[in-house]
Write a protein that binds this ligand. Structure first.
Ligand code: RP5
Length: 168
């Protein structure tokens, strides 16, 4: 649903193309939850002016929530949060050198007054960011609330009662 014709509620941004391997799981979850979004590459370090323009205009561009994935010196979520009143959900990318600990600490350790809701490292964080966005949107959107409720119900029902031991 990365579609300009439908009003996007979520901006899914990331610092680099290399982050897509992780952030595609946010995309898949947003699609499953039927939440319209757009995805963009915006780097706090390599494209600072693009970042400033995006963040300062985000609220006027109909977005309600920003999901921002970044790795290493992961300044994107925090810098975007400093330029907007929208909630920013940060996803630490699992970097190759430090396994994402650098990303996690860069994103989570914000100074008081500039919050970023930080998810777990890598794929689970990317999935959870989309679910968290759905939970926030559910507060004022009954359709999204229904879709989310059904999705969570299916997730629960898909957990088998016994482990599969066929491969032993
Ligand atoms: C960060 O630097 C990006 O978010 C990415 O995780 C990391 C490495 O970027 P590339 O060198 O792969 O483009 O800004």
């Amino acid at each position: 649903m990365d579609d300009k014709k439908i009003t996007p509620l979520v901006a899914l941004i990331m610092g680099s193309q290399s982050d897509w391997e992780t952030m595609k799981f946010s995309k898949e979850t947003l699609l499953a939850l039927k939440i319209p979004f757009v995805s963009r590459i915006i780097s706090a370090h390599r494209t600072p002016e693009r970042m400033y323009k995006f963040a300062s205009e985000a609220q006027n561009n109909s977005f309600k929530i920003i999901i921002a994935g970044a790795g290493g010196a992961a300044h994107l979520p925090g810098m975007v949060a400093s330029h907007t009143n929208l909630p920013v959900l940060g996803v630490p990318i699992e970097s190759s050198s430090l396994k994402g600990m650098d990303s996690l600490l860069s994103i989570v350790q914000m100074p008081g007054g500039v919050p970023v809701a930080t998810m777990s490292i890598g794929k689970p964080g990317a999935i959870n960011a989309a679910i968290y966005a759905a939970k926030i949107l559910s507060l004022s959107d009954q359709k999204i609330k229904n879709t989310l409720t059904n999705w969570l119900f299916k997730q629960t029902n898909n957990v088998p009662i016994s482990p599969n031991m066929n491969n032993d």
